[in-house]
Design a protein around this ligand. Structure first.
Ligand SMILES: Nc1nc2c(ncn2[C@@H]2O[C@H](COP(=O)(O)OP(=O)(O)OP(=O)(O)O)[C@@H](O)[C@H]2O)c(=O)[nH]1
Ligand SMILES: [Mg+2]
Length: 317
């Protein structure tokens, strides 16, 4: 299953960003440090790529501290890209972003040429939280759910420094299914757009491979060492459900409830600090997605050629 989510309000956000960016000096793209590759929106790069951009790997407090430096190196090695890792509620490092903006647009500042910064990113990554921290006030609404910010909003940081908060935006076709699953697990995709059981199973498979000890500790599964990593994913989900009392009548596990428990435990970081992807993994998925996309387009073209009606000859009198 590939997760797709690009509802009408995201079309509007795309249009609003395309318009706004004309008068913007610096773009801050907020990424989720737990999925730093998958949470980078290719559509945003397309819309804002011509402006100086700062990438913020937010929620670093709940990401794997060994993986975050790998991602910072990966981003900083790309031409014209600067990346920093943050916890959006931590004021001092967040305020360094303001210096970063001045470095990227040194000609801006002062009342005549105020600095204009656009904050964008996929839903639920912490854009509004970051804005509140930067402005030291609760000006933007935040919440642990995709789609909290509904409309673009201007926030005045100082008389010569404006920030624009934007609604979270995804892109029309997420070609790598792994990225779709990671986005859904993170809470970037609206609830109605995916099946929680499938996303939880995919998340469990990834955690079994890379963070099995965290699962053992959290769910006290009392299995021999190494057994959790070897378990069938559906069995594991059922075992978690049993352990956490997610039951239906007749001793059956409430799988939906168990899936919600796993997703919540991941999102709230009760499971621990986790990063769902490494740069190498992400590159592999992205490449496979590109190939599939190219094949899809080729098939589409071939169909077009096949169905084209033979052109009638022109009648020349
Ligand atoms: N642990 C942790 N949680 C954070 C951080 N930044 C934001 N959050 C939480 O993430 C959730 C989403 O934050 P928002 O600021 O509303 O995210 P947003 O990107 O504005 O979301 P939309 O407006 O829906 O696109 C909230 O529950 C925040 O408390 C962070 O750095 N670390
Ligand atoms: Mg918001």
């Amino acid at each position: 299953m590939a997760i797709q989510w690009f509802p009408g309000h995201m079309h509007l956000t795309r249009k609003a960003i395309a318009e706004r960016v004309k008068d913007i000096d610096v773009v801050i793209e907020v990424l989720d440090a737990r999925l730093p590759g998958s949470s980078a929106n290719p559509l945003l790069s397309e819309l804002t790529g011509h402006k100086p951009t700062l990438k913020v790997l937010n929620k670093q407090d709940v990401a794997d501290s060994e993986r975050t430096p790998l991602w910072l190196d990966w981003y900083n090695a790309q031409p014209g890209t600067r990346a920093v890792a943050l916890d959006a509620s931590d004021a001092a490092p967040a305020r360094k972003l303001i210096d970063g903006c001045h470095q990227l647009a040194p000609n801006r500042g002062g009342m005549a040429k105020p600095m204009r910064v656009l904050i964008c990113g996929v839903p639920n990554v912490g854009k509004s939280t970051l804005i509140n921290t930067l402005s030291n006030k609760r000006q933007a609404k935040t919440g642990d759910e995709a789609g909290i910010t509904k409309l673009e909003q201007r926030i005045t940081l100082a008389d010569d420094f404006y920030l624009w908060d934007t609604p979270g935006m995804l892109w029309p076709r997420i070609t790598a299914p792994e990225s779709g699953y990671n986005l859904a697990a993170s809470g970037a995709v609206g609830r109605n757009a995916y099946d929680e059981e499938l996303v939880a199973l995919e998340l469990l498979r990834r955690l079994q491979r890379q963070y099995a000890p965290l699962l053992e500790v959290r769910y006290k599964l009392a299995l021999p060492e190494g057994a959790v990593a070897q378990m069938d994913d559906e069995e594991l989900l059922a075992a978690i459900g049993k352990k956490r009392g997610a039951m239906l009548g007749g001793g059956r596990v409430n799988v939906q409830k168990a899936a919600e428990i796993v997703l919540t435990d991941f999102r709230t970081a009760i499971l621990g600090r986790i990063t769902l992807e490494t740069p190498a993994e992400f590159e592999t998925w992205r490449e496979a997605g590109r190939l599939e996309d190219a094949e899809r387009n080729a098939r589409k073209e071939a169909r077009k050629v096949k169905t084209k009606k033979p052109q009638r000859g022109l009648l020349v009198l």
